[in-house]
Design a binder for this molecule. Structure first.
Ligand code: ASP
Length: 728
């Protein structure tokens, strides 16, 4: 295994360094360090981090030939975490662990509200469904993917061949090292592709979570807002089989020994200090053309924002006077609310910056530049026009794809999809099946199904599907689907549609895990005979949508070529290269602990305190706090976590590095690579980051390590955790 890794490392070093040498020469040579950017590992060496303030060798931070800080990083299904002990202890956000804490809670024993502490290993509880992914190596496979893509007979085949090649490369890694996972990530659309190899640990447990009133202090009122006073952190632990291999939960499992863990520095930071973050940022869209941003402004953001807003109200109502259902729906409500507010921020940011107009203006300038040189004109003259043509087709179908995706996001509909997938795949020889249905991954598949079944609620599913379908009546593009056209003709009022959907949901064959299991094993004939209107409705909808799916493959095939050209010519025009948009792969970003001026006549400092938290607590509601917190504050029991300058315990910090969703839970490190906080949010103005980052308004928010430790020790009484962190 070692030698395979080494080979990959070597290859990666050569291929990647050549392709990125040009970038580095333009961007970083002799200049003051740029502060924007989520740098892939391959580009870390090109940064002048020493000049920026780093006080350790870059090799200690990232060393492809040995162990370095990056080995302490984990991806936690849409979030980030870091190992903070050699016994697999992980520090991440409370909001990243929220759903798992919720699943381990009941109305009678509500650890989400009360908090949770395992004093011993035996008391740690399974974070059901959570896995923890560690990046092991990566390799530039752009040539292989593009060679396969260029074999396509027509544009429709391009995406199929790309996907096929990706799968083949992934399968090769897994064959060589069955305990590993792999993924090909597209860095620049149609240009660069990296094959990442991961180790996925499948037994993750809860160790310490603060009470919700601390972990989510400020609730939605404070979400995406600075100043902030949220103790958004939780400790978890990763386990493996006794032989060290990844395994699902078992009492026999032992704590995982990471190659590297981060040292926690209880002294924290001061304003102006250098900081950096390693993490798995989700998605940004900075290299997309103006039409992409216009589509988001016109369709995507308002559609989803409105849908989620109503669902939050509906689900909240459903939970009134029904504490069990309220607990069940709390994760969905939280996740909708997080996106809903984020999208509101983005819509505002787009208007404030006139982002679409600005992008269009840039593209006009770019066209002039291209036209001024015959050679460029020949090569790139039609790129922008081509993209425009492609987007006309995308705009033609408006919200159709968005709506269809939301229907399929519903837990009941997902179960139908999973059932169909299971029945289709399980008949195939194992190595031809979808990755999630091979070998011991079937266990995970069933665990996912079980969780989805546990979360089903007929009224909640009805509310979601009825809202989506009722919305559809207002949008002419939805009538392109025969099934919906028919539905709108037959059912004239929203109430009728809701009634119809309720009837489908109630009559569904999938009611719980047992019924799913039976259906997954049933004979084809038996299933065909069964009466299930929901299944029939979905199957009609799927049939109607098929041509649009095919169209989307052609559109993506065309964009795959045009967007690659767009980046190329932009590079020539701006005489610089770019960092790829975030795509859930490991990145580094750095900056300084720094305040900002978000609006006229306001000036924000970058560190909040316990006194500020207490001030807010008098408002009640989202700001209620546990009694114990107030008592400790009144007694000024700050322990070693008091900052002398502030005369107080620091709670949250603000900094100007570049983050997005997925960076939640990322360790914030000081100049020596010591952990001094946990990233969890951005300021409201920075929600527009995903399209356009700026030193002026882009700020990220983390919980200060001093508050993490103060809460863990004084409120949680988790001496075992404090000791394990090496704090004395
Ligand atoms: N709070 C964010 C999230 O929910 C983190 C971010 O986007 O900066 O993912």
């Amino acid at each position: 295994m070692e030698s395979v890794l080494k080979q990959i490392m070597q290859k990666r070093k050569i291929v990647f360094s050549i392709s990125l040498l040009i970038i580095s020469t333009f961007l970083f040579f002799g200049s003051t360090p740029p502060d924007e950017g989520m740098y892939p590992l391959s580009e870390i060496y090109k940064l002048d981090l020493k000049n920026a303030g780093l006080k350790m060798e870059v090799k200690e931070l990232y060393n492809p030939d040995g162990v370095s800080l990056i080995d302490a990083l984990v991806s936690l299904q849409g979030c980030t975490g870091s190992f903070v002990s050699n016994e697999g202890l992980i520090l991440t956000n409370h909001h990243c662990a929220f759903d798992y804490i919720r699943k381990a809670s009941s109305v009678e024993k509500n650890i989400l509200e009360e908090g949770f502490l395992a004093k011993t290993r035996n008391e740690e509880i399974e974070a059901r469904g959570l896995t923890c992914k560690i990046t092991e190596s990566y390799e530039d496979v752009s040539d292989k993917i593009l060679a396969a893509a260029n074999e396509a007979k027509d544009i429709a085949e391009r995406m199929t061949l790309i996907r096929k090649k990706m799968k083949q490369l992934v399968d090769e890694v897994k064959k060589e090292d069955p305990g590993s996972e792999a993924e090909v990530s597209e860095m620049f659309i149609g240009k660069t592709y990296i094959l990442f190899k991961y180790r996925v640990l499948r037994d993750v447990r809860l160790v310490y979570a603060p009470p919700r009133a601390i972990g989510e202090f400020g609730g939605e009122s404070d979400n995406w807002v600075w100043p902030r006073h949220t103790g958004d952190f939780t400790f978890l632990r990763a386990y493996v089989a006794p032989d060290g291999s990844p395994a699902t939960y078992s009492e026999k499992n032992i704590p995982y020994t990471p190659k590297r863990f981060l040292k926690v520095n209880p002294n924290g930071v001061e304003e102006g200090d250098f900081m950096f973050i390693l993490g798995y940022p989700g998605r940004t869209f900075r290299h997309q053309p103006s039409q992409y941003t216009r589509f988001h402004e016109q369709y995507q953001l308002p559609y989803i924002q409105n849908l989620f807003k109503e669902l939050i109200d509906e689900y909240t109502k459903l939970g009134d006077n029904n504490p069990t259902l309220a607990l069940k729906l709390s994760s969905r409500i939280k996740s909708f609310a997080n996106t809903e507010k984020n999208y509101r921020g983005k819509i505002l940011g787009m208007r404030r910056l006139s982002l679409v107009d600005k992008r269009e203006g840039e593209e006009r300038e770019l066209q002039k530049f291209i036209d001024s040189d015959p050679k460029l004109k020949e090569e790139y003259g039609s790129v922008l026009k081509d993209i425009d043509e492609i987007y006309k087709e995308i705009f033609d179908d408006g919200r159709l794809g968005l709506m269809y995706a939301q229907i399929r996001r519903n837990p009941l509909i997902r179960l139908y999809d999973l059932l169909a997938e299971y029945r289709r795949e399980i008949k195939k020889p194992e190595d031809e099946r979808a990755a999630g249905l091979r070998g011991n991954r079937i266990e995970n598949f069933h665990a996912t199904v079980k969780e989805l079944c546990n979360d089903l609620d007929q009224e909640a599913e009805t509310a979601m599907l009825a809202k989506i379908l009722n919305d559809g009546r207002r949008f002419p593009e939805m009538q392109k689907l025969e099934t919906l056209k028919d539905l709108y003709e037959k059912k004239e009022s929203p109430e009728e549609i809701t009634k119809y959907i309720r009837q489908l949901v109630k009559g569904s064959m999938i009611r719980d895990y047992d019924s799913f299991k039976k259906l997954s094993e049933a004979e084809d004939e038996e299933l065909e005979k069964a009466n299930d209107e929901m299944r029939d409705f979905l199957s009609d909808l799927k049939k109607d949508y098929r041509p649009f799916q095919a169209k989307s493959d052609i559109i993506n095939g065309k964009l795959n070529i045009s967007l690659a050209k767009l980046v190329d010519v932009k590079k020539i025009w701006q005489k610089k290269s770019f960092i790829p948009d975030a795509n859930s792969t490991l990145r580094l970003t750095y900056g300084y602990i720094k305040g900002y001026t978000p609006a006229d006549a306001t000036n924000f400092k970058p560190i909040t305190t316990l006194s500020g938290l207490i001030e807010k607590s008098y408002l009640g509601g989202d700001y209620k706090i546990p009694k114990k917190l107030k008592e400790l504050y009144d007694k000024k029991e700050f322990g070693r976590y008091k900052n002398q300058k502030l005369g107080d315990v620091p709670v949250a910090i603000l900094y100007n590095s570049d983050t997005t969703g997925g960076n939640s839970g990322s360790p914030i490190m000081n100049a020596y690579g010591e952990l001094i906080g946990v990233n969890f949010d951005r300021s409201y103005e920075a929600t527009i980051n995903d399209y356009a980052w700026s030193q002026d308004y882009s700020r990220s928010i983390g919980v200060d390590i001093r508050f993490v430790l103060w809460v863990t020790e004084k409120i949680g009484g988790a001496d075992n955790v404090i000791k394990e962190l090496g704090i004395n």
